[in-house]
Design a protein. Structure first.
Length: 275
């Protein structure tokens, strides 16, 4: 199931979107499909790296314990690390607060041929900032337009922008937070604020719905990913990325063929000169 939004204004209702895998989907099926997609993703990335006609920005948003780190571990694990940059955006530093809210984000946008993976992103400035009233309403409301313009600018310069909201239920989040507390290997992830933020569940729901609804675009679509099952979450995101990159495969191959032809011509000229 792919909950895909690429048109601004269509109201998203998260309570209408399942957080669990569809009926009939099993972990075994998902993992088998994921394995085949992983190989294709690696090959597509390799072609993009060589052609250098596009870059990819993957935005991962979700509530605490939704699985952003796990997604990076599994999906990005299919990529060649040579061309991947993972950036986690936390509370802005003093220097970052002295600039506009997009300053710290734009400098991490991908170069042509590369992936940038954002663990949280510029969307925090219409999410946590809104929920906790860190700036006036009139200010954060203007940011939807700035985000649209920013992502359009990236797309115009060859960036494939893909945005994912990892959709889990309140019950699943509570379960995962308790598991962290009980597991010595995961206890380092414990954060009191994760529990405090649960008190704002409804406020965050409304903020996410507005963020998705107001910034979805064909050049920067949102996918709401059913993420209660980690194995299905990984499959949905891998399928989405592969699908987006496939559309450019022929163009990348043509570019690679041109590069190869030019290299062969130069090599032939060099050999004639040597002889």
């Amino acid at each position: 199931m792919k909950n895909f939004f690429d048109q601004r204004g269509a109201k998203v209702r998260l309570d209408k979107i399942p957080a669990d895998p569809p009926e009939g989907m099993t972990q075994q099926k998902a993992q088998k499909r994921f394995a085949s997609l992983g190989q294709e993703l690696f090959e597509l990335q390799d072609a993009m790296w060589g052609a250098k006609l596009h870059g990819v920005l993957v935005v991962l948003q979700g509530r605490d314990a939704a699985g952003k780190d796990g997604t990076i571990k599994h999906v990005v694990g299919c990529l060649n690390p040579r061309g991947v940059n993972v950036v986690s955006f936390g509370v802005p530093t003093a220097e970052e607060r002295e600039h506009d809210f997009l300053w710290r984000v734009h400098r991490h946008a991908p170069r042509l041929g590369e992936f940038s993976i954002f663990n949280r992103s510029h969307y925090e400035d219409v999410l946590v900032v809104r929920v906790h009233r860190l700036v006036p309403k009139a200010l954060w409301k203007e940011r939807y337009g700035h985000i649209l313009d920013f992502e359009e600018l990236l797309a115009e310069h060859g960036t494939i922008v893909l945005k994912y909201f990892l959709h889990i239920t309140s019950e699943e989040q509570k379960k995962r937070l308790l598991e962290r507390e009980a597991d010595p290997a995961k206890a380092w992830k414990l954060n009191l604020n994760d529990w405090k933020e649960r008190e704002y569940w409804d406020e965050y729901t409304e903020a996410y719905e507005d963020a998705i609804s107001k910034t979805a675009a064909k050049h920067a679509p949102w996918t709401v990913v059913p993420a209660n099952a980690k194995w299905y979450r990984n499959l949905v995101i891998a399928e989405s990325i592969v699908e987006a990159l496939r559309a450019h495969r022929k163009g990348w191959r043509r570019k690679l063929e041109d590069i190869a032809a030019q290299a062969k011509t130069a090599l032939a000229a060099y050999r004639r000169q040597k002889n």
